[in-house]
Design a binder for this molecule. Structure first.
Ligand code: T4K
Length: 368
């Protein structure tokens, strides 16, 4: 391959469109602190996600940390999550003084195994942080049932799931709150950015306090908050990207369909099945090499040599991280399905403008 093919490539508007969007910032010199672009993007996202409240953040991680903090959960409380995710998920729990309890995943969509979840609940459990990994949605109905039965809060790590719908409704509606990441590598990006979506009206002030030093007026500081505000330039990028999002998702869908056409029916190559009642955002294309003529690592190396950069998302599992070794539920042997998949999964290059010729070349390389 002449040029390297990266695992993803940020969606961007035409340069002129972005320049037009940020022109007024040169007139106003108002660059951050919840200005006009911030307000506009927030309002557009509330409409797009069908949510009464969306609070924008500087990145998805701080959005998740704040969403968990907003519940003021007792320090040392246990929070059930999965290890098959980015480092951010467990870190957000621990940085809130809470203890992550790692639940295994199911082997269909790689989300939390709701058959095991209930058995991990103790009298110290305070919340569940399930992950809609790759944009595959968790068993939200069962999680809702379990959470209600035990009085637990549910904060979804929906970093990968922007624009996904379940039974025709935005996935942002599930649980007590959802966090989306708008990082450059995501289906919808604001360069860096993220958001918390929620329905509780009293959280509007609380989350604003958390992300803006608790400042409520020039002479009033009412909360010990940090700084996690989205700037005007980032919000402007979001406004532009949102205009093109539905088209971008359609293009991603075509790429995924082409991969599936090329790789279906091959012994030892598996994909996540299409989820029922779900409108996907085609965020990632994970392929499991299980019993294939080459191991995942061999395929990874071989593609790498040809300039095709795939990723082993999510290997290693978070419950194997050095920083979690001392936690009671750490250790990959406690989550065998997650470990099995982490050793075999490879996410193939996927972005809206990936050409079908390149997809065909990638598949030929894998098959031959
Ligand atoms: N929860 C979950 C489940 C998450 O996956 C994440 C983030 C979070 C929480 C936290 O959200 P944020 O705080 O990040 O908003 C990337 C992303 O940095 C990270 O956002 C993402 N998950 C994670 C899954 O992937 P890396 O270290 O793999 O990214 P990197 O820099 O290797 O980039 C991957 C490829 O993307 C590059 O090969 C090329 C392309 N790329 C990258 C950048 C930075 C672009 O096209 N443009 C770019 O600007 O972590």
């Amino acid at each position: 391959m002449e040029n390297k093919v990266l695992v993803t490539r940020s969606s961007m508007p035409e340069m002129e469109e972005y320049f037009e969007e940020i022109k007024e910032l040169w007139d106003s010199h108002w660059l951050t602190n919840m200005g006009v672009k911030h307000k506009e993007l927030q309002s557009e996202l509330e409409t797009y996600l069908e949510m009464p409240h969306v609070t924008l953040y500087t990145n998805g991680h701080l959005a998740l940390e704040n969403a968990i903090a907003a519940f003021n959960l007792p320090k040392g409380g246990e929070v059930i999550t999965t290890p098959f995710t980015f480092a951010s998920t467990a870190h957000a729990i621990v940085r809130n003084g809470l203890v992550p309890v790692f639940c295994d995943i199911n082997d269909k969509d790689f989300t939390i195994d709701t058959c095991i979840l209930e058995s991990l609940i103790t009298d110290r459990t305070v919340a569940i942080v399930p992950v809609h990994v790759y944009g595959n949605i968790c068993n939200v109905d069962e999680i809702d049932r379990i959470a209600k039965k035990y009085g637990l809060k549910v904060i979804y790590d929906a970093a990968h799931a922007f624009a996904v719908k379940y039974k025709g409704v935005s996935i942002a509606n599930c649980g007590d709150a959802s966090m989306f990441s708008f990082h450059a590598t995501k289906v919808f990006n604001t360069v860096e950015g993220g958001a918390v979506c929620f329905k509780n009206d009293s959280w509007v002030q609380l989350l604003n306090d958390m992300k803006n030093f608790g400042i409520r007026g020039q002479e009033e500081v009412s909360y010990v908050g940090g700084n996690a505000k989205m700037s005007e330039f980032h919000a402007a990028m979001g406004i532009c990207n949102l205009r093109h999002l539905d088209k971008e998702i359609q293009k991603r869908k075509s790429v995924v369909e082409r991969y599936k056409q090329n790789l279906s029916g091959i012994e030892g190559i598996k994909f996540c099945p299409v989820q029922e009642n779900v409108e996907s955002n085609y965020a990632y294309f994970p392929v499991v090499f299980d019993g294939y003529k080459y191991t995942r690592n061999e395929v990874f190396e071989m593609l790498n040599e040809q300039g095709i950069m795939t990723r082993k998302y999510f290997y290693p599992l978070t419950n194997s991280f050095e920083c979690y070794r001392t936690y009671p539920t750490a250790g990959v042997e406690k989550t065998p399905v997650a470990q099995h998949l982490a050793l075999r999964v490879l996410t193939l290059p996927l972005y809206a403008d990936l050409s079908m010729d390149v997809v065909d070349t990638i598949c030929e390389s894998i098959l031959n």
